[in-house]
Design a protein around this ligand. Structure first.
Ligand code: KIV
Length: 274
């Protein structure tokens, strides 16, 4: 991998899927955050994130729903296209939403093809392991890079009855191995006990990207809005809040309202002259 020593070991050219997978053997922890629009994608990319996930969490974060289930392929394309246009370095991965790949491998091929061709993203992500191995194999066989997602699968919220930590060790191992054998280049492990995540990470040759799966994964992913403190009332154990942006925005907007009302904004320095 070509790296720029002055750039913290990041690739000097845009990340590729093989470079992302190879980071595991190089012992380089992978960093992934979500973005859904141009402004945030550009900022995360310039700061040096390794990969940006256009997650179907946009159903909650952007659309204000209580699950990801109503997100459509067209909506994913709308958001992913903006993200790809902003990004110069990071690997952009786009989620396949609920029921966009479940009907048949052919349906998955058609929708993954649209997601890649209409957005320019480098890869798709889909929730599933053993149950989606055939679809992952079909996609990777057609040169569509796939990141798998096992453990807590938010698209299964109705059948599992909520967003719960997944503790059944053997099914988790089976899912991870099935995804790897089907050709996935990486795998998200969501809400899995850290000991099980560590064992899966040691077993697989592809990188594991954890969210609520402890420190032994090969990388981490968080929802950007959550880690920056923009999601009121969302406090799962795995979430670390790196900022309180809601508070910053509140103070700024209150100041703007106050200064506009008392006529101290705009002052002469913000005015044009003849
Ligand atoms: O949709 C999403 O943002 C995700 C992450 C939480 C991993 O799947």
């Amino acid at each position: 991998m070509t790296t720029d020593a002055d750039n913290g070991g990041q690739p000097a050219s845009p990340w590729t899927v093989p470079q992302f997978s190879a980071a595991k053997q190089q012992g380089r922890k992978l960093t992934v955050l979500t973005a859904y629009d141009f402004t945030w994608a550009q900022l995360l990319d310039e700061i040096g994130i390794d990969a940006i996930l256009v997650g179907d969490t946009l159903g909650m974060v952007v659309q204000g729903r209580n699950s990801t289930l109503r997100v459509t392929v067209d909506q994913m394309i709308y958001h992913a296209e903006m993200v790809v246009r902003a990004v110069k370095q990071a690997l952009v991965i786009v989620d396949m939403p609920f029921m966009s790949f479940h009907v048949s491998p052919e349906q998955a091929m058609e929708n993954a093809g649209r997601l890649i061709k209409e957005t320019g993203a480098a890869a798709v992500k889909l929730e599933g392991g053993v149950n989606q191995a055939g679809t992952i194999a079909k996609l990777t066989g057609a040169d569509v890079p796939v990141m798998a997602h096992v453990g807590l699968k938010p698209q299964s919220v109705l059948s599992i009855g909520g967003y719960k930590v997944q503790r059944a060790k053997q099914p988790l191992l089976d899912d991870a191995l099935a995804a790897q054998e089907a050709g996935a280049f990486a795998i998200v492990l969501e809400c899995v006990p850290r000991e099980i995540a560590a064992e899966i990470t040691a077993t697989l040759t592809i990188p594991t990207i954890g969210i609520g799966a402890g420190p032994d994964c090969d990388g981490q992913v968080l929802v950007t809005n959550d880690m920056l403190g923009l999601t009121p009332g969302f406090t799962p154990k795995f979430l670390k809040k790196y900022a309180d942006l809601r508070n910053t925005v509140e103070t700024s907007v209150r100041n703007y309202i106050q200064e506009t009302r008392d006529n101290s904004f705009p002052d002469d320095s913000h005015s044009f002259h003849e």
